[in-house]
Write a protein that binds this ligand. Sequence first.
Ligand code: AMP
Length: 414
Amino acid sequence: MNVLVVNSGSSSLKFQLIATDLERIEQQQDDRICRGEIEGIGGQAIVRIQARSQPAQTFTASLADVAPALQYLIRYLTSDRSGVSEIRSAADVHAVGHRVVHGGELFEQSALIDDQVLKGIEDCIDLAPLHNPNNIKGILAARELFGQAVPQVAVFDTAFHHSLPEQSYLYALPYHLYRRHRIRRYGFHGTSHRYVAFRYRALRGLTREQTHIITLHLGNGCSAAALRAGSSVDTSMGMTPLEGLVMGTRSGDLDPAIVNVIARKEGLSPSEVDALLNTQSGLLGISGLTNDMRELQAELKEHDDRRVRLAIDIFCHRARKYIGAFLASMGGADAVIFTGGIGENSPDIRARICSGMEWAGLLLDAAKNRGTVGREGKISDDHSTLLAYAIPTDEELLIARDTVRVILGEPHPS
Ligand code: AMP
């Protein structure tokens, strides 16, 4: 089954085309046909496409919206120059899997999209006004292009955290706010936490029930999750992805009274403060330079800039604090898993986060840590009682696999 995986954002469309089915899933033989991204939708867009191991191709095209962007993609894939022989016409796309950010309390797992599911995703717009409308646009564009007969599946960022107990998901606010407005912690990056947990237990030959771990997704967005017996029991992101760890441009945790102080002192509206916390804070806000960890590390090495050092220190301090908090809240764990652009590729940040964690039995092996970049591997010392692993995430693969399993009515344990 050729599954087109779509992540439709405000002005971008990330995609992968993966050939997979139940047998290939079982044998881990999924075939990644091509991947890419269309950026700058709404104007002169930049299209990057890489077919298998061929060099990436880059084009520019005037693409007004998601629907023409998707049409452009299929036109390109069906053309001879794409090098993708599997797709001769739109009919060779057999299913579409969508990353949907917010499933609220409605969706406990991935769902086959029909009108009722679409309505459910619409009902969650209130909870994710920046994300769900773009996801819906992607779904409608695919429906228009491929027709109703091609099944589409929604894979929710929030679904994996459905297992959070009340004590983890409720805020200490008047209870009626939860009843009236569903104000609670939902958690995000669920597909990523779920994928690396799956890989961890495969690497160690464990069952889901034997999986007691803390997963750290450290990318441009960052979140931590506590998994007991394979299920998420606590997580750092909240009702929105703003809470928790320090991120590229998001503040993460702060005293909620600060919101009012900033509004008053800076003369900003609530939505302007919201934008400041989401887009001008985090690594970018502290350093005053960039949200990009790799650039910050280069800058630190070259100029030892004080604010760059501070940004990195605060980032690592917050991550370490969450490891400690989750160890306490889940009653100990067997391993800490690093993933996401930073978690997968930066031994230095992993070492900084784990430094001083010997009290918890966490000790990295310097050589293994240095040598594990962009690939899976154990990075803790053999004497470490709390293990550490780096595991590259693969949300697209999990979305493709869920799409197949949902369509075929197979169970897809979260
Ligand atoms: P993601 O959102 O998962 O793509 O992650 C993006 C983040 O990962 C950015 O802050 C990148 O600078 C960071 N990143 C990627 N590669 C490296 C690397 N080799 N060292 C440090 N940070 C990296």
